[in-house]
Design a protein around this ligand. Structure first.
Ligand code: SAM
Length: 289
């Protein structure tokens, strides 16, 4: 069966009485070249035996490609109605295990260790766009040392993930992700490559995870609160924006901290990089505030 052929897909869906669920962000790929290219883009260099965690296999068009490249694939699908279809389409892919659950509720590190034998592992997915950012953060915060996370996302999200401080696209998610990984835009995929057709253009991004974070942070919780605070009120000064997140710290004390970090407090949070956020967070911890 050709899983990227629209008429064969329609026949498969009809045979199983399957209907697309908009709430699950179901836009399936219908151009064979695309899942192949995404799968190949996720391959890490110099690793002989590697596993893959796929999020949202749909009818398995990319899963089949991944199963050819990786020793083992674990595919997490929320929609129970897709299980009988996957059973059929993956019947010859013996190294694939499908787990029926919500990726956001899955204990990532435990699952990868158990299902993928703790092998070096990548994440590869055509992500459902309604939960792109929470999924990426859930993967990064799991602490699992993935080789890379290669995902197709909405073009605007890819622009945000790869933007630089001071640009319009730069936001809390950009700063948070840059603590864990180096993001790279790989290529765009136009709406005509999906069924049903989405309203947006998509972009494949690859996040290469750092073995050690690029900045030293003494308390990650405080560090992420600083990022949250700095972006809480866009276009407001750093001092105004941050004081909402840290109401227990008097404004004069915050100003003192900013000065110690070489800042005036009059800057806008969205112009600062993670080195500044780490500096501020470490001072807050040092001063026991
Ligand atoms: N990989 C397939 C492809 O490229 O054709 C389908 C991609 S489609 C954009 C997103 C997939 O993610 C759907 O199969 C959807 O049911 C699944 N999904 C949506 N929310 C999910 C969640 N929270 N956890 C796991 N899978 C989810």
């Amino acid at each position: 069966m050709k899983l990227s052929n629209p008429s064969e897909i329609k026949a498969l869906l009809t045979r199983h009485g399957f209907e697309f669920q908009k709430k699950y962000g179901q836009n399936f790929l219908i151009n064979e070249a695309v899942p192949k290219k995404i799968s190949w883009s996720s391959l890490p260099e110099g690793i002989e035996k590697c596993a893959c965690l796929e999020i949202g296999p749909g009818i398995g068009v990319m899963t089949v490609e991944l199963s050819k490249l990786y020793s083992k694939v674990c595919a997490v699908e929320i929609d129970t109605k897709l299980l009988p279809l996957l059973n059929e389409t993956l019947s010859e892919s013996n190294n694939v295990e499908v787990i029926n659950c919500d990726i956001l509720k899955l204990d990532i590190a435990k699952t990868v260790k158990e299902k993928l034998d703790g092998m070096p592992c990548v994440v590869c997915a055509n992500l459902p766009y309604y939960i792109t950012t929470p999924v990426i953060m859930h993967l990064l915060e799991s602490g699992y040392p993935f080789e890379n996370i290669t995902v197709m996302v909405q073009k605007e999200v890819a622009d945000r993930l790869t933007s630089l401080p001071g640009s319009d696209e730069y936001g809390a998610i950009t700063a948070a992700v840059s603590y864990y990984a180096k993001p790279r835009k790989l290529f765009n995929v136009t709406a005509g490559n999906f069924m049903p057709r989405p309203d947006v253009t998509s972009t494949v991004v690859r996040l290469d995870l750092y073995k050690t974070p690029p900045v030293e942070v003494s308390d990650e919780k405080v560090f992420f609160s600083v990022i949250k605070g700095a972006f809480a009120k866009r276009r407001k000064t750093l001092l105004n924006s941050m004081s909402g997140e840290f109401p227990q710290i008097p404004k004069e004390k915050l100003l003192e901290i900013f000065n110690l970090c070489g800042l005036s407090g009059g800057e806008r949070g969205e112009t600062l990089g993670i080195n500044h956020f780490a500096d501020i967070a470490n001072k807050i911890v040092d001063m026991n505030l």
